[in-house]
Design a protein around this ligand. Structure first.
Ligand SMILES: C[S@@+](CC[C@H](N)C(=O)[O-])C[C@H]1O[C@@H](n2cnc3c(N)ncnc32)[C@H](O)[C@@H]1O
Length: 232
């Protein structure tokens, strides 16, 4: 009998993708229209490159412009099919990235920040959940700046942002942009989702069909960022 993950892997391979994770992003896209033609996309934890392939395809024709910047702690060889000159990948630990690095890599920021980052799992659900949450928080910080965990962050009753909040760095996700973060659900995930809420029009969870049915893997989506502050 073919196991579910093998079945999904074969389907992805038949479509020319280097990993079955491609189908997860396609399913997230189908439901939430995360990527638009011509977007600038940051893909954190991009190796072996299936999301790079999908993101490039969703950018549409090269004349629409757009860009896909992948970052992984491992070296990523760009897949031979599905990635055109708008795609690049660099080797770096996301935990070491500074706002200046990101501004240098893509001045003006990104319309979409994706994070499929994860560690090798240990089988200890609590530990794996905690490590996954740490990577997710890192991705949110890249996208939103320090404002995520800043206790000065404050949305007033009218829904506007407090003066204090306007002093904090903005991260690299542009206004109206979308954020996707993979998490192994555990304690802390719901609080994390709550912290994202003031920053987006909508925050949602989704487990794509292509994820293993029994796994705790979920994607946390921040859709349509409420604002973007120019750094400095
Ligand atoms: C599930 S894979 C990503 C698959 C990818 N989305 C694709 O479709 O090909 C998770 C990746 O996260 C990367 N990763 C884990 N921790 C990282 C970190 N601190 N900085 C950058 N990449 C990291 C791993 O090296 C691994 O390649």
């Amino acid at each position: 009998m073919v196991r579910w993950q093998d079945h999904v892997g074969l389907l992805a391979k038949a479509q020319g993708y280097v990993a079955r994770s491609a189908l997860k992003l396609l399913q997230l896209q189908d439901k939430h229209r995360i990527i638009q033609q011509g977007d600038r996309i940051l893909d954190l934890g991009c190796s072996p490159g299936a999301w790079l392939q999908v993101a490039c395809k969703l950018l549409g024709d090269a004349k629409n412009g757009g860009r896909v910047m992948g970052i992984d702690i491992k070296e990523t060889a760009l897949p031979l099919s599905g990635c055109d000159e708008r795609v690049e990948a660099i080797k770096a630990d996301v935990r070491d990235l500074t706002a200046e690095d990101l501004d240098f890599l893509c001045p003006g920021g990104f319309e979409v920040v994706l994070s499929d980052m994860c560690h090798n799992t240990t089988g200890n659900a609590m530990l794996d959940g905690a490590r996954s949450l740490e990577l997710g928080q890192m991705a949110a910080e890249v996208a939103l700046g320090r404002e995520l965990n800043d206790d000065r962050t404050d949305v007033t009753s009218s829904g506007s942002l407090s003066h204090a909040e306007q002093q904090v760095p903005a991260g690299c996700l542009r206004q109206h942009g979308n954020l996707v973060i993979k998490l192994l659900q555990g304690s802390g995930s719901e609080l994390f989702a709550k912290q994202l809420q003031p920053h987006f029009k909508k925050v949602a969870w989704m487990q794509p069909e292509a994820s293993r049915r029994a796994s705790r893997e979920m994607y946390l989506l921040g859709l349509r960022r409420r604002r973007f502050l120019q750094p400095g």
